[in-house]
Design a protein around this ligand. Structure first.
Ligand code: GMT
Length: 377
């Protein structure tokens, strides 16, 4: 197939999933065209069957802001026509679905091309339900030739908030992991830069947005420090980083919390950890948790969104109510002090990641779904 993929290119999980999907599809012999504002960060290599088409939203003095959604629609239509694309697959509804709808309309009389929207989370739970965006998001989802969501939770939320499921079926295709790239590779030298061998090490990986409740990680570590000489490595960056750093100083644990910023080699940081903290307010899937599990890292997370579909309490980690710092600190203490439990969880994490969320199976599900959409179109 010839597939056009559009996503946000920065550190967000939707861009990561779109990039990995493109790479896997290209490895299976499909021709993949990324149509985005900038090159997605995870596209560090460009296989022969892959192209990147930059979308430049020209600005004029008259415009208050550059009309990116229109520029994207035009670029989608151009690429679809020039490369004879079979379908467009957009990740994150806003504004990508609207642009894809416009592109399909533009090509209606020359080379009709269907589009699939994959819902990732905040496009529905936050941005999409913002009353100023809701009507157009709802419209674009309903106009999509196919709609997928990354968890059962997100499907149910979309049905509830947008009231579209009577006539717009949503296929759940969960996120996936390349178990070769994401696997534990012990690195004592890297670990030693943060903690002594006998000191437990926690890790948090996110874009440090408010929805991640990054400061909860500091509070959990501060509570845990009363019992254990634990360290916390904070991977990523974003709006809440300064607040988290300030809180670490205020709580007297600044020497135990290590902010390492955005890192290209996430498996390396997961591989040195004993547990992952993911205390998010909301998480439609929780890709960071799956990446950790693939690296044999048990997950301590909020019982929210799609996380219960991924993390089984007592087996691959523990879940607690959003904001329940004490419960999360207690769970962390249990994992860090019970060697047998931790060893059991580490094996279970890897097994679930490889057996339930492996790229091979999930990519086959996307291929089958593309086939069904093309048959119907
Ligand atoms: O979490 C974010 O703010 C980024 C967002 C995105 O669109 O990049 O992440 C969402 O999509 C990821 C990939 O499907 C999911 O793993 C995340 O759980 C989801 N984030 C939220 O629902 C908050």
């Amino acid at each position: 197939m010839k597939i056009g993929i559009t996503c946000y290119s920065s550190y967000g999980g939707s861009g990561v999933v779109a990039s990995e999907l493109g790479l896997e599809l290209a490895a299976r012999g499909h021709e993949v065209h990324f149509i985005c504002a900038t090159l997605p960060l995870r596209l560090t290599r460009m296989p022969d069957l892959m192209r990147f088409h930059e979308v430049e939203a020209t600005n004029y003095a008259l415009f208050d802001t550059a009309p990116y959604a229109l520029a994207l629609a035009v670029r989608m239509a151009e690429v679809a026509l020039e490369y004879e694309l079979d379908l467009l697959h957009v990740h994150y509804a806003i504004p990508h679905s609207v642009s894809a709808f416009l592109a399909r309309e533009m090509l209606k009389d020359s080379r009709p091309v269907p589009f699939i929207t994959t819902l990732h989370g905040t496009d529905i739970t936050l941005v999409g339900t913002d009353r100023s965006y809701l009507p157009i998001t709802r419209f674009a989802i309903r106009q999509s030739d196919g709609v997928t969501s990354v968890s059962e939770y997100l499907r149910a939320e979309t049905c509830r908030e947008f009231d579209i499921c009577a006539d717009t079926p949503i296929e759940v295709i969960p996120n996936f992991i390349n178990s070769q790239t994401y696997r534990r590779v012990e690195n004592p030298a890297l670990r030693a830069t943060f903690a002594k061998p006998e000191e437990p090490l926690l890790v948090h990986v996110s874009n440090f947005r408010a929805v991640k409740r990054t400061t909860d990680c500091i509070r959990i570590l501060a509570r845990l420090s009363r019992q254990l000489p634990a360290h916390l490595v904070m991977v990523g960056d974003g709006p809440e980083r300064a607040q988290a750093q300030w809180l670490a100083r205020q709580k007297g644990v600044a020497n135990r919390v290590h902010f390492v910023g955005k890192q290209p080699d996430i498996p390396a940081y997961l591989s040195i950890a004993d547990a992952l903290l993911l205390p998010s307010e909301s998480e439609s899937f929780g890709l960071a948790a799956l990446e950790a599990m693939a690296c044999e890292v048990p997950v301590i997370a909020s019982c929210t969104g799609g996380l219960p579909e991924l993390v089984t309490p007592g087996e691959t980690g523990f879940l607690a109510e959003v904001g329940d710092i004490q419960a999360m600190a207690d769970h962390a203490q249990r994992i860090l002090t019970d060697d047998a439990l931790r060893a059991h969880m580490r094996r279970a994490c890897r097994r679930v990641a490889v057996e339930t969320f492996n790229a091979n199976d999930i990519i086959s599900r996307y291929e089958a779904y593309y086939g069904r959409i093309l048959e119907r179109f």
